[in-house]
Write a protein that binds this ligand. Structure first.
Ligand code: THU
Length: 140
């Protein structure tokens, strides 16, 4: 018998692992804060991303957006789950800009798993992360 009840699927655990691993590639000479993201497509492919900073600080790009833009630029449009990880006291909350980008491409029910290195995790649906969000339907 299993000693502990499994709270997440193996698939989600693996996605969180990928997000943790890609942090090594983060280009963060200014903040020294490494973030990793892993995005699972409906077809089962994983696109990873790390944060990439710039001497002109606001030009920096977050890990989540790097992962999403990599996937979109490869023609992906259908996503299952996303994981984000950082060495943060609580599961790392995505910034507002990333939430807006997520909302462009993710369904309202898609799960986004946030983690820290202590493997404390919290999962949210897209709608929970960014309720009442501005979207394409608001321009019709
Ligand atoms: N950052 C991310 O990449 N994702 C988040 O969810 C939070 C913040 C990055 C941006 C910047 O490179 C560094 O973390 C500090 O803000």
């Amino acid at each position: 018998m299993h000693k502990h009840k499994r709270m997440r699927s193996m698939k989600t655990d693996k996605l969180i692992e990928e997000a943790i691993k890609i942090r090594d590639k983060a280009y963060v000479p200014y903040s020294k804060f490494q973030v990793g993201a892993a995005l699972l497509t409906k077809s089962g492919k994983v696109y990873t991303g790390c944060n990439i900073e710039n001497a002109a600080y606001p030009v920096s790009c977050c890990a989540e957006r790097v992962a999403i833009f990599k996937a979109i630029s490869e023609g992906e449009t259908e996503f299952q789950e996303m994981a984000v990880a950082a060495d943060s006291p609580r599961p790392v909350p995505p910034c507002g800009s990333c939430r807006q980008v997520m909302s462009e491409f993710f369904s309202k029910t898609m799960q986004i798993h946030l983690s820290n290195l202590k493997k404390q995790t919290k999962s949210f649906t897209m709608e929970e992360l960014l309720p009442f969000s501005f979207g394409t339907d608001d321009m019709s």
